[in-house]
Design a protein around this ligand. Structure first.
Ligand code: PLP
Length: 417
């Protein structure tokens, strides 16, 4: 790998080194960017680095050891080829719709190792899930009753776990999904009562699931949340009518987007959790599957969103690079996916990594709205029409977390390299 003149790119060493470069061009999976664009046949596109995903899983596994199983939350990136790749690397796939369930089952993963969460599962989705034999994570008492009815109709005993809305909030998460009032899960204090109800129903109750927040970059706060999670779920497990088989501790491990974000150390985070499980869970529950469930952390850093410059213009002293992509494909990079403050995602001109003259530009998308800003006042090498602009950290919550229909442009291609 040759070196890159860091001064000319708003992306950091971390992003550039992950992919490498051949001369001026970024490599994705070893393929120079221009050639990859030709191979894909159109821009914009998302490209995912298969080896990068393998490495991300391996680094975490090195810390987790045998103590904790790993699940992939398909929601983060449901591209079938990518999910297929991950199915061979992780122990569980977690889905949140019948569509994701179909993708998960198509990988050949055993339904024993597929879980289904989500607050608004329809009867049709529940029926598909029960027929498939996957583990349904109950989000309410009413949903439990509906699952039983669906099971009776099919003549199949549904497998379920109770999703718990904890009596604590996880600090430091970019997006909170537990603690206080929530549409997710059953309030912890209501769970004992629900377990009494479930004992009389024709269900296999296998355990618990707790997912309380996403995008957390604080190892200490993650450890605290994991301790609280383990203690709460172990206490609830005492009231389970059957032996505990499944203990899904959630996850929420984040990746760095803004310049000031510090990445988590996967070996450290994994090792901390492994020790916690050995010390607190194993003495009381030697046989349960203990699962860490992650989306973003496994795939986010291995994806790039590649756009081509279609215009370059100067307006009253400000230089704009107008690219053929935008917020309709990569909403998060424009700061419009729940962020309070807009911060630039790492960005580079993937065809000009060799150095040369730099300038400060705004990189804007092709949509006719001022929201479509991919990079604000970023220092980049002077680029021209035809150059390829790359947004990093695009492997999770990109294509499917963006309003693709907005303004009627074609969907972006995706490639796993
Ligand atoms: C979204 C979600 C995940 C994945 O979250 P990440 O922050 O991408 O790791 C895991 N579990 C459940 C239930 C989710 O809703």
């Amino acid at each position: 790998m040759s070196t890159v003149d860091r001064s000319v790119s708003a992306a950091t060493d971390r992003h550039l080194d992950r992919f490498g470069n051949a001369g001026e061009e970024l490599l994705v999976g070893g393929v120079p960017l221009g050639r990859l664009a030709a191979r894909v046949g159109s821009t914009p596109f998302f490209a995912y680095d298969r080896a990068g995903v393998t490495r991300a899983v391996g680094a975490l596994r090195a810390g987790l050891g045998d103590a904790v199983e790993l699940g992939y939350a398909v929601k983060a990136n449901p591209m079938p080829a990518l999910v297929g790749h991950l199915a061979g690397l992780v122990d569980w796939l977690d889905v949140a719709s019948a569509g994701e369930l179909a993708v998960a089952l198509d990988t050949g993963k055993s339904p024993d190792r597929v879980s289904f969460a989500g607050p608004g599962k329809t009867d049709a989705e529940l029926s598909v899930a029960v027929a498939a034999g996957v583990l349904i994570e109950l989000e309410s008492a009413r949903e439990a009753v509906r699952v039983v009815r669906v099971g009776e109709g099919l003549g199949i005993r549904p497998r379920v776990a109770v999703r718990v809305n904890p009596d604590f909030a996880v600090q430091g998460s970019g997006m909170r999904m537990g603690g206080g009032p929530q549409q997710f899960g059953v309030d912890a204090e209501e769970v004992p009562h629900l377990l009494v109800l479930l004992a009389d129903l024709d269900l296999a109750v296998e355990g618990f699931h707790l997912f309380a927040g996403s995008q957390n970059l604080h190892p200490d706060l993650l450890r605290q949340a994991q301790e609280h999670t383990v203690d709460l779920l172990l206490a609830l497990a005492e009231r389970l009518p059957a032996p505990l088989r499944y203990l899904n501790l959630g996850g929420g491990l984040g990746i760095p987007y803004a310049e000031r974000d510090r990445p988590l150390d996967p070996a450290e985070v994994g090792g901390t959790l492994a020790r916690l499980v050995e010390e607190r869970v194993r003495p009381r529950q030697p046989d349960a599957h203990v699962v860490l469930e992650l989306g973003r952390f496994l795939v986010g850093e291995s994806g790039v969103y590649v756009t081509r410059v279609v215009d370059r213009k100067v307006s009253r002293g400000r230089t704009y690079l107008v690219v053929d992509g935008g917020l309709h494909h990569q909403l998060a990079a424009t700061g419009n996916l729940g962020q309070v403050i807009r911060r630039n995602y790492p960005i580079a001109v993937g065809t000009r990594l060799g150095g040369g003259e730099v300038e400060t530009v705004d990189v804007v998308g092709c949509l006719c709205t001022p929201l479509d800003v991919l990079g604000h006042e970023v220092e980049l090498p002077v680029a021209d029409v035809g150059d390829l602009v790359v947004l990093f950290q695009a492997g999770a919550y990109g294509r499917t977390a963006s309003p693709q229909q907005f303004l009627g442009h074609p969907a972006p291609a995706e490639v796993l390299v």
